[in-house]
Design a binder for this molecule. Structure first.
Ligand SMILES: Nc1ncnc2c1ncn2[C@@H]1O[C@H](COP(=O)(O)OP(=O)(O)O)[C@@H](O)[C@H]1O
Ligand SMILES: [Mg+2]
Length: 337
């Protein structure tokens, strides 16, 4: 009995999602592309982790690897993904489908294309409840309307009867969030949920995600190329570069004392208060070709801080302080930050 309790406590103290050395490849005509190459990342219960990095660094492939939704010919070739004590990489497709409905929910960049055009919004949410919660029709419909209220539709019963093409992008994203909440997930994976929306709507959706996270206690893995988004909502941040996490830590520590020159570069390329569009690609150079990843530091070509060692070796993760790790040999000087 005591043994069971202590086991349960241990399981609760463990991170909700643990990704260790994840490696995901695609066979392409020009060779094997390593979209993700040894990425390590944790999401604890109830926290919002921001996964950030420029386009093509492997964020979406990481998300799809977690969800078991990699498109052909993508496959996880190494590493481990554990969710709530279970290894996801060994799950059969039926168990994975059930987990996706009940415990891990997701929202993507293009909410309109994620919704089914031939069913009303209420019907689509009710369908999730019928499939995963075995609710009967009237009960599912009532719950769907309730969920639409939670995502701040002023007239949820009317909205339930509307079709996706009648809604704006922001409204579609709120319907997607209602659908994501339907089964009370422990984790929401949100891949660029606000990227397709205009700035005002973007802020409303972020605010809503934050509110839903606080109310339900679910954890959120928020994927974005936009550091401004991360700054607003994340409690911890992981910075991804060329298929791996190069720096991870508490949001404030990471923003105030960034350790990796790539993180510093991202912070410098943020717009000032005067506004303007966010450009993370303001760091000169480009990501290495995923079919030919170098054996030394992958940021070498673009790095303003590089030393000879970086040309020869690949920096392993180094702990800077509790829960703040970086893959870089060079200590940042205060002025380099
Ligand atoms: N279906 C695919 N086939 C081949 N390569 C892919 C596929 N999907 C993604 N990739 C490659 O994987 C890398 C990471 O992509 P992705 O995870 O989509 O980046 P991000 O979401 O960070 O912008 C890129 O080099 C991309 O070209
Ligand atoms: Mg992406």
């Amino acid at each position: 009995m005591n043994h069971d309790i202590s086991k349960r406590r241990q399981a609760e103290a463990a991170p909700l999602l643990e990704i260790r050395e994840l490696t995901t490849e695609f066979e392409t005509p020009s060779g094997v592309a390593r979209a993700v190459d040894g990425a390590t990342l944790e999401v604890r219960r109830g926290e919002i982790v921001g996964l950030v990095g420029e386009s093509g660094c492997g964020k979406s492939v990481t998300a799809l690897s977690i969800l078991g939704l990699l498109p052909h010919p993508g496959r996880v070739v190494a590493g481990e993904i554990r969710f709530d004590g279970r290894s996801l990489l060994n799950l059969d497709s039926e168990s994975m489908r059930s987990l996706r409905g009940r415990e891990i929910a997701m929202v993507f960049q293009e909410p309109a294309s994620a919704l089914n055009p031939v069913f009303s919004c209420g019907e689509q949410i009710a369908e999730v409840l019928r499939t995963h919660r075995r609710m009967k029709h009237p009960q599912a419909r009532a719950r769907a309307v309730e969920l639409l209220t939670r995502v701040r539709f002023p007239d949820p019963a009317r909205l339930a009867d509307r079709y996706p093409h009648e809604l704006s992008g922001g409204m579609c994203q709120r319907v997607m969030l209602a659908m994501a909440l339907a089964c009370g997930p422990k984790l929401l994976v949100a891949d660029e949920p606000t990227t397709a929306l205009d700035v005002t709507v973007q802020a409303q959706i972020l605010d809503l995600i934050l509110e839903l996270q606080r109310d339900t206690g679910m954890a959120v893995l928020l994927i974005t190329h936009d550091l401004g988004v991360v700054a607003q909502v994340a409690t911890r941040v992981a910075v991804m570069y060329a298929g791996r996490v190069v720096e991870a830590g508490a949001r404030d520590a990471l923003f105030e004392t960034p350790q990796h020159p790539y993180t510093s570069g991202l912070l410098r390329s943020r717009p000032r208060l005067s506004g303007g569009p966010q450009r993370l690609d303001a760091i000169p150079g480009a990501l290495p070709d995923p079919t030919r990843l170098p054996g030394n530091c992958r940021f070498f070509d673009r790095c303003p801080r590089r030393v000879e060692r970086c040309r020869l070796e690949d920096p392993p993760p180094r702990r800077v302080r509790a829960s703040h790790e970086v893959r870089c040999f060079v200590d940042p000087s205060p002025e380099a930050q």
